[in-house]
Write a protein that binds this ligand. Sequence first.
Ligand code: C2E
Ligand code: MG
Ligand code: MG
Ligand code: MG
Length: 282
Amino acid sequence: RVKESGRNGIQLFSPAMAEDARNKLTRIEELRHAVERDEFLLHYQPQKDIRTGKVIGVEALVRWQHPDEGLLPPGAFIPLAEETGLIVSIGDMVLQKACRQARAWQDRGLPPLRIAVNVSARQFLESSLTDQVASALRSANLDPEWLELELTESLIMRDVAGAIERMQELKKLGVSLAIDDFGTGYSSLSTLRRFPLSRLKIDRSFIAEIPDKPGDMAITSAIVSLGRTLELEVVAEGVETEEQARFLEQAGCEMFQGYLFAKPLPASEIESLIARLSGKAD
Ligand code: C2E
Ligand code: MG
Ligand code: MG
Ligand code: MG
């Protein structure tokens, strides 16, 4: 934005902007170091089957253990990681860690959990994602059926034909694919059915104001029936109240993820949560 000041009333580069630019450069340097030192870790948010109450999967959500600032959420660094391309290395680490964790849980005798990993635009479009995924599965010795990749609706709608090709490549590895933040883009039924998908995740923004916004409830129900038509499982994101969960169950939604059930948790807490649910002591 242009600031008003100076001789001609316009200053293109203010001291505040110089400060911002410096901060950004510092942040980029820190992020580079973080990649070198592997300062990233994953939290896992359980996905619950609405009818059986069982946890059938978890979503891996990255955090940055910043040396001075503590644990930073993805919103604080993923956009910059995308911009600089560092997301490709970060995403690779995320895949490796997620696959290793899924395998470790299986080895410790937990009921097998599907693990969902978010894939950003840059990862999907620019890097050899297929090789990264294959290598993460191989080195963790994880059966691909337990890995799901989440792609956002806006990402796959940018270039439908290209996305389909890319998704088929991934599909061939044996992993499953989900559309994240669904409902915010403009996918038509005819486009959607061309994608090799297993799941739709209803965007949190539609769930947040249930039951106050009848329009959002109508959209949510419509997405659930769309899922049924296309034989896709539907997961609701961001479920925070019992009322929302009840509405989703009535609408026929199979699964949900949200603070009502659990926040994203460190791996060890997922383990005790599942032990509790299956009636065993932690
Ligand atoms: P997302 O994939 O849509 O993940 C869901 C986000 O909603 C998570 O935020 C989660 O903590 C939050 N959430 C879940 N349930 C609730 C709820 O009931 N209420 C509220 N208010 N929020 C809820 P988080 O962990 O901050 O992640 C934000 C976004 O960052 C993710 O959105 C995803 O787009 C991105 N992200 C996270 N991890 C990765 C990653 O490893 N790679 C990439 N490329 N992106 C990631
Ligand atoms: Mg996601
Ligand atoms: Mg989402
Ligand atoms: Mg999101």
